[in-house]
Each structure stands twice: as C-alpha cells, then as structure tokens.
Design a protein around this ligand. Structure first.
Ligand SMILES: C[S@@+](CC[C@H](N)C(=O)[O-])C[C@H]1O[C@@H](n2cnc3c(N)ncnc32)[C@H](O)[C@@H]1O
Length: 337
C-alpha cells in the first residue's frame, strides 16, 4: 500500500507542511530503490534497511517568535523554560544587541530582525563555548552570534567564539570585499575571536571540531533542496548528542510563493530547501518564524532514515549539481553509520 494511505503516511503529514506530503508522495519501493541505485555499491545493503525503516512520528514545532526588540526578554524567558536553562540576566547596557539591530535595519542579504532576535536569544540561553556557522556573507550573523556567546564569558577571554565558513572568497552582495569583511566594524572587540574560513564548505568542520563537541551550529548557506539537509548531515557528527542546529530561511519558499502571487517575485529566487528540512524534521524543533532550531537525536545514526527520506523530495538543483550533491549526500550519510 502506498505510504500516503497508511497510518505512517498520516502521521508524517500531521502538522508538517508540504515536505511530509512530498515525501509520502514519493515513497513507493520503486522510488526508494531508484534513489539507492545512485549510492556507492558497498553501502547499499546498509542503506536499504534505512531506506525502508519507518521514521519517528512527526512532531509539531514549539513556537517562539521574537518579532520586535520589546519581545526579546519574554522570548529569552520562554526559550530558557523550554530548554530547562536559567534565564540569562540582561545587562543594563545592551549596546552590542542595539548596535546590531540598528545595523540590521539598513542592510540587505543578511538575516531579518525577528531572525536576529531569535538567534541572539537562542545562543544567549544555550550559552555555548563557541558556535560554528555555515554561510558567512558579510559576517553579520557571525557578529550576532559572537555578541551572544561573549555575554557568558569573561571580558578578558581570548577564546574563539565563532568559526564561520563560506564557500566563496568574496562577499556575494559586494564582490569587491572578502567574506566576513564587516566583522571588525560590527563587533570590534570580538573580531579577533571570530575565525572566517573562506573558500570552504561544511566538510571543513572536521578540521576545526572534534566529533560530538559542538553545542550549536548555525546553517545559512545554499538553500536549494537538498543542500541544507546535506549541510546538516555533514555537521551533525560534530554536534554533541541532543545538541542543536539552527537553520535560517525556514519560511523562504512559502514567502516566495506569496510574493509571486502578489506580483513581486524575489530577484534571487526563494528555494524550499531549508523549509522542507524544518517541516519534515521528526525530532524536537522550535520555530522562530523564518528561523528554527532543530534538536539532534542522541545517536546521529538515527538521522539516516530521515536523510534518505529527504532525498525522495525532488531536487531544486539543475541536473549536474543534483548528481554531484547526491554523491556528496551519500558520502555524508555513510559517515553517520
Ligand atoms: C544567505 S548568505 C549568509 C548570510 C549570513 N549568514 C548573514 O545573515 O549575515 C549565504 C552564504 O552562503 C554561502 N554559501 C553558499 N553555498 C555554500 C556552501 N555550500 N557552503 C558554505 N557556504 C555557502 C554564500 O557564499 C553566501 O555568502
């Protein structure tokens, strides 16, 4: 029977948006085997089992939107309660966050205000030692994360607070400048504690983190499906069990559709990759609007059936990048097993 018409198919669909429907629509054994045919031969026997394993029942995302600065404190309290962490004390002087908010109002290509506030609050509550970011651009979100991480450290500390990785050497929105070029002016006092790794992708995390070390990774790179899922799979071995991955643009695809319907499509397109990843995620998750936090399972190998299920959603890439991404995807999945 087609999974769409089974209890499992119905479970997948409940509260999970279009991603789960797309997965269910492409779940025949023929389609699953068709995907596995692209995997390395030596891995196929193990992958077959994972490809036909049932996914954990879908979960609804907890919602915590922090749309405006006056909601920041409430947002902190809600996130702290949800994560069972102490609510961080807000310093009387909040220059860092205020400056970043002022900068955000005049910038393009970087995360929006609600996303900035959620990201800052989430990092503030989780209080990780450092964060790895995939997708630097000018360095704005790296500065936001650095400001929140540093709040929990001694002012004289010199440890790295953010490692930010970008495939490009040049900032896409200002090709004359290198990626991360705005960091020194945005967070001058922290810029020596932010390392920019230009010309690299998520595979580079292996060079800068030990397995199971990181408390949090932020993914905001290529949003075309299945690349956000590939980034997540690549970094997950380096996140501690039950750690978190925050993903940006989890509403971008729907926003693009709404804009197209209103006659004002985006210049750079509005792919669904991050949105489908968030919607289909079968473990704990928190939605901050267009940004969301995904909690990794205790064993990263439990991600394998989910990762293979995501491949059933048609790729948003052109045929040649799709083929290369699939090869990379299978290599990353095999590393989880
Ligand atoms: C949306 S921008 C990041 C914005 C940034 N996080 C901010 O809010 O300030 C996406 C960035 O990801 C980079 N990128 C694209 N594909 C990538 C990949 N596979 N790995 C790492 N970076 C990638 C692009 O060069 C671009 O700078």
């Amino acid at each position: 029977m087609h999974p769409e018409h089974t209890a499992a198919g119905n479970e997948l669909k409940r509260g999970c948006g279009r991603a789960a429907e797309l997965i269910a629509q492409h779940s025949s054994w023929r389609e699953r085997l068709g995907i596995l045919r692209r995997a390395p031969h030596s891995a196929v026997p193990r992958l077959v089992l994972a490809s036909f394993a049932s996914l954990p029942p879908a979960v609804e995302a907890v919602r915590c939107e922090i749309a405006t600065p006056d909601r920041y404190e409430d947002g902190l309290t809600e996130l702290a309660a949800y994560l069972s962490r102490p609510t961080p004390v807000i310093p009387a002087e909040r220059r860092g966050l205020e400056d970043l908010l002022a900068y955000q109002r005049n910038s393009s290509g970087t995360i929006g205000m609600g996303d900035l506030l959620f990201l800052h609050a989430f990092v503030n509550v989780l209080a990780p030692d450092r964060v790895v970011e995939i997708g630097t651009l000018s360095g704005f979100s790296a500065a936001v994360i650095a400001d929140a991480v540093a709040q929990h450290q001694r002012p004289e500390s010199e440890s790295v607070v953010v490692d930010t990785i970008d495939l490009s050497q040049r900032c896409l929105t200002d090709q004359k400048k290198p990626v991360g070029f705005e960091i020194p002016q945005l967070v001058t006092h922290l810029s020596s504690r932010i390392r920019v790794h230009a010309g690299q992708d998520a595979r580079y995390v292996e060079q800068i983190a030990r397995a199971g070390e990181l408390q949090l990774v932020f993914i905001d790179a290529d949003h075309q499906h299945p690349r956000p899922t590939l980034d997540l799979i690549r970094v997950s071995r380096f996140v501690r069990p039950g750690g978190w991955v925050v993903v940006h643009d989890i509403d971008l695809g729907s926003l693009g559709e709404r804009m197209r319907a209103a006659g004002t499509p985006f210049d750079y397109g509005a792919p669904f990759g991050a949105q489908w990843l968030f919607e289909a995620w079968p473990f704990e998750k928190i939605s901050g609007g267009n940004i969301g936090a995904l909690r990794l399972p205790s064993h990263v190998r439990d991600l394998v059936p989910f990762a293979l299920a995501m491949l059933r959603i048609p790729s948003e890439l052109e045929p040649i990048p799709t083929r290369r991404t699939l090869e990379a995807f299978f290599a990353a999945v095999v590393d989880l097993m």
